[in-house]
Design a protein around this ligand. Sequence first.
Ligand code: DAH
Length: 329
Amino acid sequence: MLDKIESAEKGFSAEIAEVKDDEALEAVRIKYLGRKGLFTELFEEFKQLPKEEKPKYGQMLNKAKSSAQKKFDEVKIQLASSESEIQEYIDLSLPGRKIELGSTHILTQTLNEIKQIFKGLGFSIYEGPELESDHNNFEMLNFPADHPARDMQDTFFINDKFLLRTHTSPVQVRLMESKEPPLRAIMPGKVYRNEALSAKSYCLFHQVEGLYVDEDVTFAELKGTLVAFAKQFFGDDVKYRFRPSFFPFTEPSAEVDIWWEQKGKPGKWLEIMGCGMVDPNVFENVGIDNEKYVGYAFGMGVERIAMLKYGVGDIRVFFDNDKRFLQQF
Ligand code: DAH
């Protein structure tokens, strides 16, 4: 019995000293410490010993097995920590990861260009909130509650008083209520409409509103300003037309169309903005003397004019975040 215990101890020490990985460790465990391992066998044999020999060998056997178990645990911990060392090893000679630089979105570029042109024409920039009151979005702009023109815009209502603005025109109201004429500003921003999504319309888009209020503003000046804008934005040879139209907050009103031609397709007129002379009722609503002051206003669709300028056929691509589209600009 003594020999057997000693040889198991030796064998175990020799084999565990050679262990380099988890697999080898597991093999040693099964061979010596497992349910059918050598130490278990020795305990079985021990049971057969005569009573008077039991205390002596029992002690030896227990000691041998528990020191083997202790050694086994140590090696196991060693292996685990050297593995995590490997994982944390940083190879400083590896080339760095390339950081991709973003670029300005085509709509932001277009907005910046519009702002730049109007700044050059003497307009300042004013902004209002996207969550707007029904009062500013409709009522102050001469759309009474039951006016059929409200149907022109499918609205996302928040409750019966508030909504997501359907146009940037309520910012005119805010500007006229907060500052005294003369006023000359553009008001860029996002607007929302509850419309079926298609190549032509999206639930979200951008507009740039414009307003000029002074004592002697004329429709001719409105035309001159918008033509100057169109020429700077699209080029001197841009083909445009002013077409009579209706808006509750301007009288008279017009829409501006730009001629669009794509290679191999018949050309067509595309509407890019509405405009007109500020309706005297609007001046009255905001408390501006409509005997003394006149004004013009306009509102253009930013996606529309970007589509025209860059030949984009579907409004939805501006919002898809597809790098293949965005990287072209
Ligand atoms: N708010 C109008 C729309 O969203 C556009 C517009 C038309 C704005 C005429 C104006 C204007 O300021 O005078 O369709």
